[in-house]
Ligand binder design. Sequence first.
Ligand code: NAP
Ligand code: ZN
Ligand code: ZN
Length: 346
Amino acid sequence: MTETLTGWAATTKDKPLVQMELPLAQWNEYSVDMNITHCGMCGSDIHTIDEGWGPTAFPCVVGHEIVGVVTRIGDKVTNIKVGDRGGVGPECYSCQKCPTCLEGYQNGCERGYTGTYNGKLPNGDKTYGGYADKWRGDSRWVFKVPDSMSSEDAACFFCAGVTTYAPLKKFNVNEKSIVGVLGIGGLGHFGVLFAKAMGATVVGMSHNDNKKEISKQLGCDDFINTHNESDLARYRKKLTHILCTGTSNDFQWGTFFNLLHVNGNFMNVAAPEWNFPELSPLQLLMSQISISGTAAGPPDIMQEMINFAAEKGLKPWITTYKMSDVNNAISDFRAGKPRFRFVLEN
Ligand SMILES: NC(=O)c1ccc[n+]([C@@H]2O[C@H](COP(=O)([O-])OP(=O)(O)OC[C@H]3O[C@@H](n4cnc5c(N)ncnc54)[C@H](OP(=O)(O)O)[C@@H]3O)[C@@H](O)[C@H]2O)c1
Ligand SMILES: [Zn+2]
Ligand SMILES: [Zn+2]
């Protein structure tokens, strides 16, 4: 008999999600089963439902900021036990044999990692995400939720948290850094929390003035409206880092290069449905900055990030919705209402 989950599935891009029974992945010695208690709502969930990045394999249950209670583990599982609270992010499997995996960068797996939803495991099973009652997957991508953190607070660390922590850490953000966080949404607000916790001066950067006050409440030391020339002029060549989590589609490289100090870093984590504009080699070399990209984070960084967040007592700004209210939560997300993350609760 096939074991099943009950999830809120997208069946086509233009319809509300519907509740549906779907097969759990085949059990193996590394498997973990969890009863999902919480799942954050990420911008990537919406891109996938909308097929904004390309075709989606419907039916698709999105959600990759999952926290649940472990109900069963395979014989080879050592990192988590029945009754523990586990967290899962956007990546749930990689080959573990290629040089990149062996170096600890499983999120850059040379054979491609398996996404927590809209993905395929090596045996061909489809992956289903956290807008559901149950999750089954590989223990090596399940992380223990620190005791000091509530499950609802923990959930969105597993994507939005790690995606912002990883580049800030990689590019050595510290007390001397002046970090611009571009886009104060779900990811952006974690960018602010983590950069502050690393000791940096943080400048919130938004596409209009709507979040000017709230970004200061969040902890930003200052604010730039990216469509306000005098705000931009004030920070000319002042920032050591820009963490790009979202922009409007009139994005121009020059606007942001002008804000970065020599040897600065433009760290992109946003994945909009449009391309960045052309960048001339001359513009790049004259700017003397580095451009990078990050896809969530590998297992080691995931555990490090959640431990760091617990140690620093970081608290995300979230609003909870009942899982059964998921379609209303999606409408509110599309309307730009999160301040700053929505979490679905079973
Ligand atoms: N690299 C990764 O591994 C990874 C992981 C998770 C998500 N992502 C991607 O990162 C992006 C952000 O995700 P999120 O969950 O943080 O989404 P979100 O909460 O919707 O935040 C996106 C932000 O983009 C900004 N923005 C600028 N111009 C906009 C416009 N014209 N319309 C709407 N928003 C605009 C907004 O901030 P302001 O109002 O402050 O301008 C908005 O809050 C998505 O593309 C998502 O797919 C990437
Ligand atoms: Zn995500
Ligand atoms: Zn690999």
